[in-house]
Design a protein around this ligand. Structure first.
Ligand SMILES: Nc1ncnc2c1ncn2[C@@H]1O[C@H](COP(=O)(O)OP(=O)(O)OP(=O)(O)O)[C@@H](O)[C@H]1O
Length: 684
């Protein structure tokens, strides 16, 4: 009997939020479309103390060759005969292809057998091949997983939902079509994709079906609400988003299809398929992520066109996903006026096939001409606001100075010991995370539990100690944030940390990594020259990582020892000038009072490569919610100082020319928090 599976290497160093400290619903769940996965014994999941090195595609190939296992090199996976098929005595139904039904992810080594649905880590695979499997300890295939906890609810909703044309009141069907922009989508298309409507929730219902179309694994409900002139859509998935892995449209894909169009919404897939007749698939969580667990299902396609949406964020997501899918087989539809998202294109009477023909190859050689870049530049110029990045909800002054949070940048953050660096950076990252920025935390100094407690308090904007009855409500919402933690504590080697970050980018589409703080990667060098050289090397490694992976890295660095009564400057960052040279942004938490301010801390942007705006704004700390916010009607003013070197020139702060008035908005003490994702839910 073949045995599987324990978590693969890097997953052990990454802690998804739900895994340990929130794990009320932490049942093992399968990660890919298809019938329920086979489970392994939970107790077979050992806590790993010694980090195992990640595997490379070359090592996987060498291993397979050394053990006489034939394989085919695919786009993102290697395909090999599945030992699990033989072990389970499953019939090989369609010849050679089915016999090569084991997909091994080239980046992580994780495997999935498409026939038996056995899955596991690279180590599990090796253990199985080498016959090291001691069934009891490693976890024997237990047969079908028990029914998921939500399955009854899924079935109940599905049974109550009906096709749009079967609604008792035809006018309801018409109304729904208008709300969802489906007036041009035919009944036939809706029937093929098995789309229903749940009248009581005024929601469309998209099923998550197994590849054969037989089993029902989950549902996505899409509600629409009129808002002003437009319509606001709201998605609900069962199971919850973190484990909803439905490639919508999969049952309609034939084994012979060699081309597919990926969309970010089910409605777009319907429109595209109807207008072009091409196979289409919708990603389960839109542009938020492309989980590697879905990659085996996309291996058969020689060409993949990504048509994800009509804004810059969709375009950026398409470029990132193409890397994972192998850019050589990907083409991207660029957003533009005449290239809106597919459903809108259908409704506007545009020719969708023609738009698809304009898709640009995702693959670039290392040297490009301006001709290849000109469209990209135009995209940025015509979407200036989006190109400036994601704006903070809680820190409007940061938006004024930095304009937004952009991919691929390195931010260095410093401040005196104990000034509140971790507390501030936690809220700064949380703000972005609640807006869908997939975030990875490396907290080497304080434990993940303590950090998560701070974050949860900031998320709820209040002390939860005194209202434990609200804990679950907040924790449930917090759990759905795309937030992950490295499980490192104390000194770590930079190589291990970068490898783990790399893995997280691949698996969770991480766009923001927070490292608190750099000193924990510097080893134990005693000599100050060694320490400075070590720091330069580490800063260089993070810089390269940010650029290569289009991922923002925020790096906390301690300042050098300075006079207590002096303000910190860019040059006060510990080490050589390398950190501030490599950084795109330098933020300093100053704990000396503003000259004109009320004795509060303030944040200084002392370097901003994006457009050069630098300056300071006051922060007010709220001890019960652990949040920083802007004091209402503060007399303190924002200083805007431009300096070519990125160094701050000290200037008197009040009443100066060029000063920007302080935003008087405040979030504290309000029962309604504009930055909460869903304010109508729990009360405080
Ligand atoms: N502005 C503030 N005023 C008062 N207390 C604060 C403020 N900011 C943070 N704190 C509190 O001070 C303590 C230390 O904060 P934090 O760990 O964020 O500081 P730090 O600068 O990261 O520390 P270190 O230099 O040790 O890394 C925490 O208990 C936090 O709640």
């Amino acid at each position: 009997m073949w045995v599987l599976l324990r978590g693969g290497y890097p997953l052990r160093m990454l802690l998804p939020l739900r895994a340990e400290w929130m794990g009320r619903r932490g049942l093992p769940r399968s990660l890919a479309p298809g019938p329920p996965r086979r489970r392994y014994r939970k107790e077979a999941l050992p806590a790993l103390e010694v980090p195992v090195l990640p595997v490379t595609a070359t090592e996987i190939r060498q291993y397979l060759r050394a053990h006489g296992i034939p394989f085919q090199d695919g786009h993102s996976c290697l395909r090999a005969p599945s030992p699990f098929v033989k072990a389970l005595e499953l019939k090989d139904q369609s010849g050679a292809t089915a016999s090569f039904s084991l997909f091994i992810d080239k980046t992580t080594g994780r495997f999935l057998c498409m026939t038996s649905l056995a899955e596991g880590s690279w180590e599990d695979f090796q253990a199985s091949v080498e016959g090291r499997g001691d069934g009891a300890r490693e976890g024997i295939l237990l047969g079908e997983a028990p029914e998921a906890e939500d399955s009854e609810e899924v079935r109940r909703i599905w049974d109550r939902a009906v096709p749009l044309w079967e609604l008792p009141e035809p006018v309801e069907g018409q109304l729904a079509r208008v709300m969802f922009g489906l007036t041009k989508v035919t009944d036939d298309t809706l029937r093929r994709f098995n789309v229903r409507y749940l009248w009581s929730a005024r929601s469309l219902v998209f099923p998550w079906l197994s590849p054969g179309g037989l089993g029902l694994r989950g549902l996505k409900l899409l509600g629409a609400e009129g808002q002003g002139d437009g319509v606001q859509y709201k998605e609900t998935t069962i199971p919850r988003p973190g484990v909803y892995y439905n490639l919508f449209g999969l049952p309609l894909i034939s084994r012979r299809d060699v081309e597919v169009v990926l969309t970010s919404r089910e409605l777009d897939s319907l429109a595209l398929n109807q207008a072009t007749g091409l196979p289409t698939l919708a990603l389960p969580r839109g542009i938020a992520c492309l989980p590697p667990a879905l990659l085996p299902y996309l291996e058969q396609f020689r060409r993949i066109v990504l048509w994800l949406g009509d804004d810059l964020r969709s375009w950026e997501a398409a470029k990132l996903f193409a890397r994972k899918l192998n850019p050589k087989r990907c083409s991207l539809v660029r957003p533009g006026d005449q290239q809106p998202r597919p459903l809108e294109a259908l409704n506007r009477g545009l020719n969708l096939s023609r738009i698809l023909r304009t898709a640009l190859p995702a693959w670039h050689k290392s040297i490009v001409s301006f001709r290849q870049l000109r469209e990209e530049v135009l995209g940025e110029l015509s979407n200036v606001e989006q190109a400036a990045g994601i704006r903070w909800n809680r820190f409007p002054d940061l938006n004024r100075l930095l304009k937004g949070h952009r991919k691929g940048e390195l931010t260095v953050f410093t401040g005196p010991t104990g000034s509140g660096k971790t507390t501030f950076i936690s809220e700064y990252a949380l703000d972005l995370c609640t807006q869908g920025v997939n975030t990875l935390w490396g907290s080497f100094e304080i434990s993940n539990v303590r950090l998560a407690r701070v974050m949860l308090t900031q998320f709820a904007v209040g002390r939860l100690e005194e209202q434990l009855d609200k804990y679950d409500e907040w924790a449930d919402r917090f759990e759905d944030l795309p937030l992950y933690f490295m499980t490192f504590h104390g000194q770590q080697s930079i190589r291990t940390v970068i490898d783990t970050m790399q893995h997280a980018v691949y698996v969770y589409d991480i766009c923001h990594v927070v490292i608190d703080n750099l000193q924990f990667m510097m080893g134990h060098e005693q000599l100050s020259t060694d320490r400075i050289a070590a720091q330069d090397y580490i800063v260089g490694a993070f810089r390269k990582f940010a650029t290569d992976n289009s991922c923002h890295v925020t790096l906390v660095i301690h300042p050098r020892k300075e006079d207590d009564d002096k303000e910190l400057q860019t040059a006060s960052i510990f080490g050589s000038a390398k950190a501030s040279q490599e950084a795109d942004n330098v933020l300093i938490l100053q704990d000396r009072k503003l000259v004109t301010g009320p004795g509060k801390r303030y944040l200084q942007v002392s370097k901003n490569r994006f457009d050069g705006d630098v300056g300071v704004f006051p922060l007010e700390f709220n001890k019960s919610s652990l949040t920083f916010s802007i004091p209402p009607k503060s007399k303190a003013r924002l200083k805007k100082v431009k300096d070519d070197n990125g160094l701050v020139t000290k200037k008197p702060s009040s009443g100066k020319k060029g000063a920007v008035p302080q935003n008087s908005e405040t979030c504290l003490g309000q029962s309604h928090h504009p930055y909460q994702p869903d304010v109508s839910k729990p009360s405080r």
